[in-house]
Structures are given as C-alpha cells and as structure tokens.
Design a protein around this ligand. Structure first.
Ligand code: ADP
Length: 246
C-alpha cells in the first residue's frame, strides 16, 4: 500500500544575491514497510528532501501526500543530551509534544529493554559505545511511534566497521517494528544493502535520474546483502548514474 507520494517537488533557496534551484520536479512514492534510499552527489538536495518531508522547511511547489501516517526525523547519536539519562533522552520527544503518558513511558522502557539497553536506563550517554548511542538515538525516534522514519546518513563520521554494524542494527530494529524507512546517503553500498528501492538523483538542480528496485538473489540483512552476487551489478549501474569525476 502506498503511504507517501511526492509529485513534482521543487525547492528554491534564496540568498541575498541569488536564487538557487535545489530540487527540480522530484517525484517518487513509498509503500508501507518499504526501505527507500535516496543517493546523489554532495549538494544535490538529499537533505532538503528530508527537511521538507519533516516540515522543517517549506517546499516551493509540488505535492506531498501522506495517507494518515506520521513521520519522524531520526537525529544522529551525537545529538543525545549528555546531562540527561538514556531514558530521559528517549522521552524528550514525548515531553515536547505533551504525550508523556505512563503508557508511552512504558512503551519506551520496553523498547530499551528489548534492544539491550535495559541496564542503562539511568546511565548517561557518555557511558555508552558509539553503536549503543546510535541505538538510543533510534529508540528516541521510535518513542513517538512514527510510521515513517527519515534518516540522514550524510553526517555520520563513523569508521567503516562500526557503520556496517550500526546499519545492520538499525535495519533489524526497524524491520521488527514494522517501520517504513527513507534514508539519504552518498554511500552507494549502504543504499543497496539497506533498501528495497534506491532513488538516484542528478546533481543540482536535482531530478530523479533512476529508481532501482533491488532484487538480490538472497535478500537478507545489510551485511549479508553486500555479499550477494547481484550486488556489484547495482553498484555499477548507480555509480555510472552518478557520473563521479575525480
Ligand atoms: P545534500 O544533502 O544532497 O548534500 P542539501 O540538501 O544539503 O544537499 O543542499 C542542496 C543545495 O541547496 C546545496 O547546493 C546547498 O548549497 C543549497 N542549500 C541548502 N540549504 C541552503 C540554504 N539555507 N540557503 C541557500 N542554499 C542552500
């Protein structure tokens, strides 16, 4: 079932001296439970799409249809507040939206218990590893029970192995919780390994260059998907689309 539809989305930014067309007629849709990645060259407008979807900024024109579903933007682990406990960090979204009921609090405590953080409820972020902090950031986002999660990988400055393990972790938790994911990244391998479909954007002003359905032989979790024989075929097609010059 289609739960999000973006049609002819346009975004201009205005600076004192110029008008910048960042997005030019972007259209795509998202089905319930689907994991979508948006890839494109740096500065093409990937984060702009997520900011518009989460209502942080206005679109210039176009249509966004969300069928009664809620969207939450997942902030990175480095946005955890160091002076709040893990539990209080995860309750922040509920507090600011005035939805901190006993039931919702128990829902969050349950998530923390289920995903291995039960011993850390009253500890502070500094006592956690990078991977655990990322998991807390994810649970903080899940606390408000969104249907669709937006994830911006662009800023994550993790080493390769940690980022593999974290993407595996995020993938497993979101699948288990039946969420829909829209992720933006410049990392082609990450996009293929995590997604049902990959949307490739051109450089600015960005248009949708291609949309690939990722049909691996043995579709599994991200780390295993990277070993699939079909993986490199998608990598090469997307690499060619991005037309990267060094
Ligand atoms: P990406 O996430 O793909 O790297 P962004 O969405 O961050 O790209 O930005 C797209 C383009 O819009 C960039 O070229 C950037 O310079 C421009 N841009 C982003 N934010 C602003 C802004 N507030 N004012 C002017 N230009 C902006």
């Amino acid at each position: 079932m289609k739960i999000l539809e973006v049609s002819n989305l346009k975004k201009y930014y205005h600076t004192p001296t110029e008008e910048i067309l960042a997005l030019d007629n972007i259209s795509f849709d998202v089905n319930e439970g689907e994991f979508i990645s948006i890839v494109g060259p740096s500065g093409c407008g990937k984060s702009t799409i997520l900011s518009i979807l989460s209502n942080l900024i206005d679109k210039s024109s176009g249509e966004i249809t969300i069928n009664n579903k809620s969207i939450a933007y997942m902030l990175q682990s480095d946005s955890l507040l160091p002076f709040l406990t893990i539990l209080d960090n995860c309750l922040i979204g509920l507090k600011v939206t005035k939805k901190l009921t006993e039931e919702n609090k128990n829902y969050v405590i349950n998530l923390l218990n289920t995903y291995g953080l039960g011993d850390f409820l009253y500890k502070y972020p500094s006592s956690l590893s990078g991977g655990m902090r990322q998991r807390v950031a994810l649970i903080r986002t899940l606390a408000v029970k969104p249907d669709i999660l937006l994830l911006d990988e662009a800023t994550s400055a993790l080493d390769y192995q940690s980022s593999l393990i974290i993407s595996e972790d995020i993938y497993n938790i979101l699948k288990k919780e039946n969420k829909t994911l829209i992720m933006v990244t410049h990392d082609i391998s990450l996009a293929i390994s995590m997604s049902d479909r990959v949307i490739v954007l051109s450089k600015r002003p960005s248009v949708v260059k291609n949309i690939y359905e990722i049909n691996l032989n043995n579709k599994s979790t991200p780390i295993n998907n990277r070993k699939d024989k079909e993986f490199s075929k998608y990598y090469e097609m997307i690499w060619r689309d991005l037309d990267v010059h060094i």
